[in-house]
Design a protein around this ligand. Structure first.
Ligand code: ADP
Ligand code: MG
Length: 339
């Protein structure tokens, strides 16, 4: 026997799952993103016991054709891109074709799905990458996916998970961000059978903030719409009095995707400089729309970090946009020009 051998598919998937599926929150993120990519207008997220035992995502999106359900669970199987060239202008949240394969290799998964034109849908059960059961059934249009017993076959990973409360907080963080990223989708979030929030799905970000953070926060925010050099910045910016003790409420979204960005953080904090007490941070929810060619989302496995091709333009659009809106409200005496 040779020493070097190719690993079998299940082993490859299990190793790769480590990158995509770090914890229950990553499962929730991947599955909800799939629902959004499927153009669902309504998504329900249910979790139990920190998401380790049970995660169910129900959407009313376009469903998966019956004869493609099994393919969807193969690694690198995606309906979202067909070539490397597509990567440059991808607008869907997913595109690597890894999530379903990865999740199904480290958990027990049940999926029900039906496309609008099909008479019946399909239900399948996959466990440790193996298809256990598959049947035609009657079900509503859309997809429901249930994940049970995360890492049941990877004890080392399971042991690495944090306390239930911590995992729950991480999931809530993901779900809140998804709701803010997609005010066009009605999102319902249920934790241990208790409704945590429900958004209206009518594009109204302020309503969304109201549902998520309450009336007092929503009322202290200003709506913002700004465009500079092809970069659109919209969303809500807090009054300088609406501050927080950390940066958790500086939230940025690019083309519908949650991102972390020092550049956006810096542009925001500079714009609020002198207005916000030292040691406090502003509350902003900013949506940036820019041509997909100008932002590379393929630099990080979870797509959380992005790279801009022209970071200065992005910085200026955010800084000037915030300053202008604060000025309209007479919160600052004049807009300081960058140039
Ligand atoms: P990716 O999202 O990167 O394409 P996934 O493994 O997450 O990869 O999903 C594989 C494929 O399964 C998707 O490209 C899509 O065609 C299909 N799919 C997954 N979830 C859903 C869903 N909720 N609704 C419709 N299609 C879905
Ligand atoms: Mg996906």
């Amino acid at each position: 026997m040779t020493q070097i051998q190719l690993l079998d598919t299940h082993t490859i998937n299990k190793i790769a799952a480590g990158e995509v599926v770090e914890r229950p929150a990553s499962v929730v993120k991947e599955l909800v993103e799939n629902s959004i990519d499927a153009k669902a207008s309504s998504i329900t997220i249910e979790i139990k016991n920190g998401g380790v035992d049970f995660i169910r995502i129900t959407d009313n999106g376009k469903g998966i054709p019956k004869d493609e359900v099994e393919i969807a669970f193969l690694r690198h199987a995606t309906s979202k891109i067909t070539s490397a060239e597509d990567l440059a202008h991808v607008l869907s949240l997913g595109f690597r074709g890894e999530a379903l394969a990865s999740i199904a290799s480290v958990a027990k998964v049940e999926l029900l799905t039906k496309t609008p034109n099909a008479l019946t849908g399909k239900r399948i059960e996959v466990e440790a990458g193996q298809m256990l059961h598959s049947e035609e059934i009657a079900c509503p249009v859309g997809t429901t996916i249930i994940m049970r017993q995360l890492f049941y076959n990877v004890p080392a990973r399971r042991a690495f998970l944090k306390a239930t409360a911590t995992e729950t907080t991480k999931i809530a963080d993901v779900v809140y961000k998804l709701a803010l990223a997609h005010p066009e989708v009605a999102i319902k979030y249920i934790q241990n059978n208790k409704l945590v929030f429900q958004t209206a799905g009518n594009y109204d970000l302020k309503r969304c903030v109201f549902s998520l953070y309450g009336k007092d926060t929503a009322k202290d925010t200003l709506e913002m719409q700004y465009e500079e050099e092809g970069i659109q910045v919209s969303g809500l910016i807090g009054l300088p009095t609406l501050t927080r003790a950390n940066r958790q409420y500086e939230q940025f979204f690019i083309n519908g995707r949650t991102v972390k960005s020092n550049l956006l953080q810096k542009a925001t904090e500079e714009a609020y400089k002198t207005l916000v007490t030292i040691g406090k941070f502003p509350f902003v929810i900013l949506h940036l729309n820019l041509p997909p060619e100008e932002v590379d989302v393929n630099v990080h496995p979870t797509k959380l970090e992005v790279r801009f091709s022209e970071s200065e333009r992005v910085y200026n659009a955010v800084y000037n946009g915030i300053r202008k809106h604060l000025q309209i409200e007479n919160l600052i005496p004049e807009v300081k020009s960058l140039t």
